[in-house]
Design a protein around this ligand. Structure first.
Ligand SMILES: *[C@@H]1O[C@H](CO)[C@@H](O)[C@H](O)[C@H]1NC(C)=O
Length: 445
């Protein structure tokens, strides 16, 4: 009797306890599975097949800038070759879409227009002339201009990722007649998909995105469409204003044509104007480069650019970046070379050595160093998060890098270059030889 009594008395709380703990244990086990399953479904939904007949351009492993904050890059790097200072290519970058995330390369080709795959696309928004008065003629009021877009005014563009998939004969799906191969590859644009869905699933997705970030929206387009593909896809041509130029360019996607992905991108960026993606139109008049660049008489060709700001190639010395950073006020975040969106990052000699370079050789190829790069506010934008820092590096640059009498109010860092030939190879690790130094005087646009 007493045994039974004792037993039942202690039995009730124990079974309650074990019930609670078994619920806790099962929830702890099942919940991660549920979350995993949910994201598996999400990623399957948003996954697109890799472009057929192609491979992804660029590094697959660790970035060559992964150790850029290392102390040894603060000045001349010794021991690269028998203890002497040797300039070398540290990292190579192309930015297929202007002002969007770049692609890091191991080897590349430098054309007369700059690095292959660099700045061949640009987003633009349709803006009207403001202000218009009541008696402005109707046609004048209706006039709209496509103006190129940059991180200078829209820092969040830094979060738009780009990939280039290039034709690869070793791919199982490769064939010379494949549209992806005929177009010289495929451009892929990726950005967070923030479009909310209706109903319970939509709510659940919103909840998960708070913790895990948004799923990715992905758009594919031919890298360099053939005339047949242009006709078949109905790409129009229009003028796109970039600085003082208005090159005729291909309209690849536009909210005017209600292309779904670009509508989504427009709401992601929070733009009210029409938004379009333009591509350099290879058949049309290219943007010729004069100012400080060498001329046709010297080169045998007139340098031109795609959607770069001014010159074909931009080179940056990592020691100079480290030195700028060492002058920051306390509390400023570390400064990456990536903030300056260079094509070529070099290491070897001291900071600012490059300021007086006039001609250099990279590997076996000759480059004219045309002028210094005058900096705007863009380097204040974090290259990954797209957040703009309130003061750095602008403040420090302005402090002591207003060094060019051609533009004495603005700071300089890095150099603009024009290749001597129209087809050059470049590779990480290539040695750089300085052939000529001298004066530079910036010529404003
Ligand atoms: C950039 O720095 C200079 C010098 O500190 C300052 O006068 C200027 O206002 C800064 N520009 C912006 C937009 O923050």
């Amino acid at each position: 009797m007493s045994f039974q009594y004792l037993g039942s008395a202690s039995h009730v709380p124990i079974s309650q306890q074990s019930l609670t703990s078994s619920i806790v244990i099962s929830v702890a086990c099942i919940l991660p599975c549920l979350i995993w399953g949910f994201f598996k479904i999400l990623s399957l939904q948003s996954r697109r097949d890799h472009p057929e007949g192609c491979r992804r351009l660029g590094l697959s492993g660790k970035s060559h800038l992964a150790d850029e904050y290392d102390d040894r890059y603060k000045g001349a790097v010794e021991g690269q070759q028998n203890g002497a200072h040797t300039w070398r290519v540290k990292s190579l970058w192309v930015y297929p879409v202007k002002s969007c995330r770049g692609v890091e390369l191991e080897t590349g080709t430098v054309l007369g227009t700059g690095m292959e795959y660099d700045r061949q696309f640009s987003f633009a928004q349709l803006s009207s002339k403001f202000p218009v008065s009541a008696n402005t003629p109707r046609e004048e009021k209706a006039k709209h201009t496509w103006k190129f877009m940059t991180q200078r005014t829209l820092p969040s563009m830094a979060t738009i990722r780009t990939e280039v998939w290039v034709p690869d004969p070793s791919s199982r799906t490769y064939s010379e007649r494949h549209p992806n191969v005929e177009s010289g590859g495929v451009l892929v644009i990726k950005f967070p998909s923030i479009q909310s869905e209706e109903g319970f699933i939509g709510k659940l997705k919103d909840l998960f995105s708070l913790v895990f970030g948004y799923p990715e929206r992905e758009a594919h387009m031919p890298f360099n469409p053939t005339p047949e593909q242009i006709a078949q896809k109905g790409y129009a041509v229009d003028d796109m204003e970039i600085w003082k130029d208005k090159p005729r360019s291909l309209v690849i996607a536009s909210t005017e044509k209600a292309d779904a992905w670009i509508q989504e991108l427009r709401s992601y960026l929070g733009i009210t104007n029409h938004l379009a993606l333009f591509r350099v139109s290879t058949g049309d008049q290219p943007r010729e480069v004069y100012r400080c660049a060498p001329r046709r008489e010297d080169l045998g060709y007139q340098p031109t650019v795609g959607f770069q700001d001014a010159y074909p190639v931009h080179i940056l010395n990592l020691a100079s970046v480290r030195d700028i950073e060492s002058n920051f006020q306390k509390g400023a975040p570390p400064l990456s070379a990536r903030n300056f969106r260079p094509n070529i990052v070099i290491t070897g000699g001291d900071a600012y050595d490059e300021d007086s370079w006039k001609r250099i050789k990279i590997g076996a190829y000759l480059y004219y160093v045309s002028c210094r790069t005058v900096r705007c506010l863009l380097p204040n934008v974090h290259p990954v998060t797209g957040k703009r820092h309130r003061s750095e590096p602008n403040r420090t640059l302005k402090d002591f890098r207003c060094i060019d009498a051609g533009d004495p109010k603005n700071a300089c860092l890095g150099m603009h270059m024009v290749p001597a030939l129209e087809d050059n190879k470049i590779e990480v690790g290539h040695e750089i030889k300085v052939l000529e130094t001298g004066e530079h005087l910036y010529i404003k646009q």
